[in-house]
Design a protein around this ligand. Structure first.
Ligand code: IPM
Ligand code: MG
Length: 357
């Protein structure tokens, strides 16, 4: 079966990391029998410059037609002062909403070779394997009413029962495939919306008696993540709390440059992106770490295309280059070999070719 893939490089380091992922895709077609048709589209600042809109109609149409989207990054200082609805980030928020990508999966795993790269002591993080399931199309990011007036501004944190139920179900299902423990994070001691979230998740848990559900306030969760992160298996939380907690979890792994993510809708079509941003300060210098994007491609193969063997091959190839001691600038440690973006891509491709059948 031929899969339809859309590449959205975006801004900053986006084009160079997507380029490496594209080379991995080409390798898979040569060596592992992957069959894909690739399209590419404009998003973010690049789309704003070309067409005055961070998410042109054509891009959304291509995304809707695709089986999956591989996304680089958006944003940069040159667009910080333009109208909010034209900013690059708005392109990302609109494509999430437009494809109804309510389930954002952000794994934080630590390759054994990188335990020393974490800011926490190696024994606290070695073998870390957390999955954050962030609700992505609701909550305060999208709540109405919202307004910015001269003397005050406000946003609204709102969740409907249907919205909480579907993200809770997705999280319980993911927990079932892992350690069967789910921690729901909220601020139910203060916010009505969180109390409602907690009640709704608890009600859904009746359908998943084999998964152990716990609840935690978000401030405590932030603390526990840096105190004893291995206590967590799957975390489910709302849009804003998930944004913050996933950055904390990312840093436990030493570099945000390693972490992939998937944003899925009800049909498990999805958009896959590295958790890091567009890093304009290092763009175009062959410094960016392409591994988060390559690992996002692995998630794409697994969750949207059902190509589990290929997903595992890509992940194994990434493990191999780390074991070989290759490190981009974000991960340099004594005794390792510094490489640039393209050389890292080359190494992954060589490792992948060795597993060809
Ligand atoms: C993320 C980012 C985005 C978010 C921004 C760029 C809109 O921080 O994906 O975590 O807040 O969701
Ligand atoms: Mg974020």
């Amino acid at each position: 079966m031929t899969h339809q893939l859309l590449l959205l490089p975006g801004d900053g380091i986006g084009p160079e990391i997507i380029h490496e992922a594209e080379r991995v895709i080409q390798t898979l077609t040569r060596t592992h029998g992957l069959s894909v048709e690739l399209e590419r589209g404009l998003i973010g600042g690049a789309a704003y410059e070309a067409e005055g809109d961070p998410l042109p109609e054509r891009t959304l149409a291509l995304a809707k037609a695709a089986d999956a989207v591989l996304f680089g990054a958006v944003g940069g200082p040159q667009w910080d002062t333009i109208a909010r609805d034209k900013r690059p980030e708005r392109g990302l928020l609109r494509i999430r909403a437009g494809l109804d990508l309510f389930a954002n999966l952000r794994p934080a795993t630590l390759a054994p070779e990188l335990a020393e790269a974490s800011s926490l002591r190696p024994e606290l993080v070695a073998g870390l394997d957390i999955m954050i399931v962030r609700e992505l199309t609701g909550g305060i990011y999208f709540g109405q009413p919202r307004e910015q007036a001269a003397d005050r501004a406000y946003n609204t944190m709102v969740y409907s029962r249907a919205e909480v139920e579907r993200i809770a179900r997705r999280a319980f299902e993911i927990a079932r495939l892992r350690g069967r423990r789910l921690c729901s994070v909220d601020k139910a001691n203060v916010l009505e919306v969180s109390e409602f979230w907690r009640e709704t998740v608890t009600a859904v848990s009746a359908d998943y008696p084999d998964v152990e559900l716990s609840h935690m306030y978000v401030d405590n969760a932030a603390m526990q993540l840096v105190r004893a992160p291995k206590q967590f298996d799957v975390i489910v939380t709302g849009n804003l709390f998930g944004d913050v907690l996933s950055d904390i979890a990312a840093m436990l792994t030493g570099s945000i440059g390693m972490l992939p993510s998937a944003s899925l809708n009800e049909q498990s079509r999805g958009l896959y992106e590295p958790v890091h941003g567009s890093a304009p300060d290092i763009a175009g210098q062959d410094k960016a770490n392409p591994l988060a994007t390559i690992l996002s491609l692995a998630m794409l193969l697994r969750y949207s295309l059902g190509e589990t063997t290929m997903a595992e091959a890509v992940e194994a190839a990434v493990g191999q280059v780390l074991a070989d001691g290759l490190r981009t600038a974000d991960l340099h440690q004594p005794g390792t070999t510094p490489v640039g973006t393209a050389a890292m891509g080359d190494a992954v491709i060589r490792a992948l070719e060795k597993t060809a059948h």
